[in-house]
Design a protein around this ligand. Structure first.
Ligand SMILES: [Zn+2]
Ligand SMILES: [Zn+2]
Ligand SMILES: [Zn+2]
Length: 413
């Protein structure tokens, strides 16, 4: 079971941030409801990149209707409202800055003009020149990643870098490999071993937590990976707090990204049974904090935002396949879809996502990637997007290819 020390620290810190969390959750309107259906997570990511639908409205400012309530009798309420709004705006801005990280000077997250699209990632309008094709716009490490089931044994347990080739080489190369002191988990380097240990392995190592091995077995059997990702997220949250890293770098930014708003499919109940039995066991406080509702939210986030990772040097497909694994990326999750995208994801070395430009991009332009294979015909593209991401694509390419609506006069003669 997860260690007791982290639980104690967690409660005090989480109380401190529960107010902030409520601000994010409370009273949000959603631009769009997810209309799609869930498919098995093992097949879902064959061609998918991250999604940003449906969008959870997180725009700063605008509290429409507030002015009319600003009468004297309600002045206390409206002061509270506006204080709350200001606090929320500040938190949202702080989180966007955290997610944008070093890219703040060229990129911004903001609401799209088309309200249906919610938020998107834009090249800032105050930069002075356009960017040319092949530019690497940003590099981002995932919040969590996991190797594909066939690859599991042959890749670094932290960064997913292939280990296989190195094994056949001479021992000087092989000696860079590093193993966990307590289990057989292998890493490409000491640096990765150390990083993994601080990030999640410190909790999930077989020697501390045999339950995680059972979750992995269950997932292999059921061909599911999201419960493993959820376990890593739980470990990250608990370890981050334990190591005095703020929950503001884990749970709160996680809640800034969109999630699929759809009732949980039945298999998630089974997933949670295994997850809670193996990781939370008999701790009432953990069971209360990381309850089924928490789990469903994490699964909804993973469902909509996980990107396929295909590690290869040469640039190839516009849409990554999950040959090497899957990952959840904070910043990349804000990139909207277009069937004629101006950017794509590439993984030349490890699980670090390189966002590269396909076309030149002008100041103020929205950055887009394709969530589905853009070479498919319009019918297949749109039905795949609807089924997996719950939206009807109205990108310029789809609009130009859609049959023109007949005017009533032309319908029948
Ligand atoms: Zn590594
Ligand atoms: Zn270990
Ligand atoms: Zn389209």
């Amino acid at each position: 079971m997860i260690s007791k020390t982290s639980v104690v620290v967690r409660l005090s810190k989480s109380q401190r941030y529960s107010k902030l969390t409520k601000l994010i959750h409370g009273g949000n309107s959603h631009n769009k409801n997810y209309n799609g259906i869930y498919s098995s997570d093992s097949t879902h990511h064959l061609h998918h990149n991250s999604a940003n639908y449906p969008i959870r409205q997180m725009t700063t400012s605008t509290n429409s209707g507030n002015t009319s309530r600003n009468s004297k009798t309600n002045s206390d309420n409206s002061i509270n409202d506006s204080n709350q709004q200001r606090e929320k705006d500040l938190l949202v801005r702080e989180m966007y800055n955290f997610i944008l990280n070093d890219n703040k000077s060229i990129l911004e997250i903001k609401a799209c003009e088309d309200q249906k699209k919610g938020r998107g990632l834009f090249l800032r309008s105050d930069i002075h020149s356009s960017l040319i094709p092949n530019t690497t716009l940003f590099k981002e490490k995932p919040f969590v990643s996991y190797p594909s089931i066939i690859n599991h044994e042959n890749v670094c347990g932290n960064c997913l870098k292939p280990l296989e080739n190195n094994k056949s080489l001479d021992s000087s190369v092989a000696k860079n490999h590093s193993k966990c002191d307590s289990c057989e988990e292998e890493y490409c380097s000491d640096k990765c071993r150390h990083e993994a240990s601080l990030d999640f392995h410190g909790i999930l190592c077989k020697s501390n937590e045999p339950g995680f091995e059972k979750i992995k077995k269950y997932c292999t059997l059921e061909k599911r990976r999201f419960p493993i990702m959820a376990s890593k997220i739980l470990a990250k949250i608990l370890l981050g707090i334990h190591l005095e890293k703020s929950i503001k770098h884990t749970w709160i930014p996680l809640q800034m990204i969109s999630f699929a708003k759809k009732p949980a499919p039945l298999e998630w109940e089974d997933d949670y049974k295994t997850f809670s039995k193996e990781l939370l066991k008999s701790s009432p406080s953990l069971l209360k904090q990381y309850n089924y509702e928490w789990f469903v939210r994490v699964m909804q986030i993973l469902y909509l935002n996980t990107i396929g990772i295909d590690i290869q040097r040469e640039e190839k497909p516009i849409v990554s396949s999950p040959a090497s694994g899957i990952g959840l990326y904070f910043l990349a999750s804000f990139i909207n879809h277009s069937c004629d995208p101006n950017a794509y994801t590439h993984f030349p070395d490890d699980h670090t996502c390189h966002l590269k430009l396909l076309k030149s991009v002008q100041p103020g332009d929205e950055i887009t990637i394709s969530y589905t294979d853009p070479t498919q015909n319009i019918v297949d593209r749109r039905s795949s997007l609807f089924e997996n991401y719950g939206f009807n694509c109205e990108c310029p390419k789809c609009v130009s290819e859609l049959p023109k609506k007949k005017s009533p006069l032309n319908i029948k003669k």
